[in-house]
Design a protein around this ligand. Structure first.
Ligand code: ASP
Length: 440
């Protein structure tokens, strides 16, 4: 099977003519890179708003009958600068007048915002001398706003059939035949995944400026190791922990078909990045633990009642008290006469009195205890529940650092262990676990 790579260049890689040239060099350095998905230009400095956001504001100004001329000019001059810098022959003004026409015609927010990627992809295609394929021709949304996966895959296969190279705008598709609908933010990744599936790619890569995927928070651990290899299952756990390697939609799309994905850094082209596949490579030297992450400021609510173990429906009653108030029960643990729910603060404190009253009314417990200042630390890695001695390493490291473990939650999926420590011990615990598990 021939190697085909789909490359997504995020907003940083499309922010200036220099960055776009760099992206193009990356494309040209490997002839397997045949399909390119691009974002709208990103910000060039901390204070600059990225093009996608400018377009969001532009549209809302138009809808609120406010002056949007300056924003339109910002969009225009940004693209003019890119076109001039790249030396391509491209009529930016024609695109801008088309955008205006559709704005006045009431095409709506998603159309307006999508033009950031649309125009960028056309310019990139011109620069490479490649075909431009509009995402609206194959990414199809249902009327309810969900992706019509079947139609999308079928259309994508048709559209890419026989196309040797193409540049595709990310982030949007068509709805109801003529409308445009955006994916959630960062959704250009999903477009890349759809293309990868359609062309049966051997790899889907994402070039962004997101700092490397570290095995621990660099603000806590000095120079933590970069994670080089992950499985999709592990990646899902990382996403839950707030480490966004790839957009969630991609994981769901890619996992089923098993196309590996790689995250690369546009500012460090020689760095191999982080690769995600169904399984770790057979020769992988990675340890069991891939990553440590955590969060502070949880509350744990213990509900005590003698005979709790024999009662039915207690969990359901307690959970509904939280869900009715839109507070997710992040975790729960059950003892013999104790049921404990872990929730995030300040969500809990804002409704503390009414929640405790509701629990009292529903369960008639002997005691309710609220513990404060709890941090949760998750260690992710395949084998976390089955490899011999793995917990011994972890808890020895924590004990040697003089840290008390308040709770342990071991899921059954063999992918993670979660421990709770007091907030004051959080950083020391992360360091101790890193030293014990990632370095050894
Ligand atoms: N430009 C879009 C955003 O800012 C989509 C993307 O970059 O993937 O969210």
């Amino acid at each position: 099977m021939s190697e085909v790579i789909v490359s997504k260049f995020g907003s940083a890689a499309c922010s200036t003519p220099e960055m776009i040239r760099r992206a193009a060099q990356i494309v040209m350095s490997n002839e397997n890179r045949k399909y390119i998905v691009v974002s709208a230009p990103g910000s060039r400095s901390r204070d600059e708003v990225k093009m996608t956001d400018t377009l969001f504001i532009l549209n809302s100004r138009y809808e609120n009958r406010e002056d949007f001329a300056a924003m339109m000019e910002q969009v225009r001059s940004r693209f003019i600068e890119i076109v001039r810098g790249l030396g391509v022959n491209f009529d930016v003004d024609a695109e801008i007048s088309n955008l205006k026409k559709n704005l006045f015609f009431g095409k709506g927010n998603d159309f307006v915002v999508s033009r950031g990627e649309y125009i960028m992809a056309k310019i990139f295609a011109e620069y490479l001398g490649w075909k431009f394929i509009d995402a609206a021709s194959f990414v199809i949304f249902n009327r309810d706003g969900t992706l019509d996966r079947e139609k999308t895959f079928a259309e994508a296969e048709k559209v890419f059939n026989g196309v040797a190279n193409a540049v595709i705008p990310g982030f949007y598709g068509s709805i109801g035949g003529t409308g445009i609908k955006l994916f959630p933010r960062g959704g250009g990744d999903t477009t890349a995944a759809i293309v990868a599936r359609a062309v049966n790619a051997s790899l889907c890569e994402k070039w962004s400026e997101t700092t490397k995927v570290y095995s621990a928070d660099p603000s806590i651990v000095d120079n933590p190791a970069v994670i080089r290899q992950l499985t999709y299952e592990e990646l899902k756990q990382l996403t839950y922990m707030g480490i966004n390697v790839f957009h969630e939609g991609v994981i769901l799309l890619m996992q089923g078909i098993g196309i590996p994905i790689t995250v690369r850094n546009i500012h460090d082209v020689d760095d191999e990045g982080t690769s995600v596949a169904s399984e770790l490579p057979a020769d992988s030297k990675r340890g069991v633990a891939a990553c440590i992450a955590g969060k502070r400021n949880y509350r744990i609510i213990h509900i005590e009642k003698f005979g709790l173990n024999r009662l039915t429906g207690i969990g359901q009653k307690i959970f509904s008290i939280f869900t009715e108030r839109n507070i997710p029960c992040e975790h729960y643990l059950s003892g013999i006469y104790r049921f404990s729910v872990i929730v995030k603060n300040p969500l809990f404190d804002l409704k503390r009195a009414e929640i405790l009253q509701a629990i009292n009314d529903a369960v008639r417990p002997e005691n309710i205890i609220v513990e404060k200042n709890l941090s949760l630390i998750t260690v992710v890695g395949k084998g976390m529940g089955t490899v011999k001695g793995i917990f011994a390493k972890m808890f020895t490291g924590i004990a040697n650092a003089g840290i008390k473990v308040r709770l342990i939650e071991q899921g059954t999926d063999d992918l993670n262990i979660i421990i709770g420590v007091y907030d004051d011990d959080y950083e020391a615990a992360v360091k101790a676990i890193y030293g014990a598990m990632i370095l050894h």
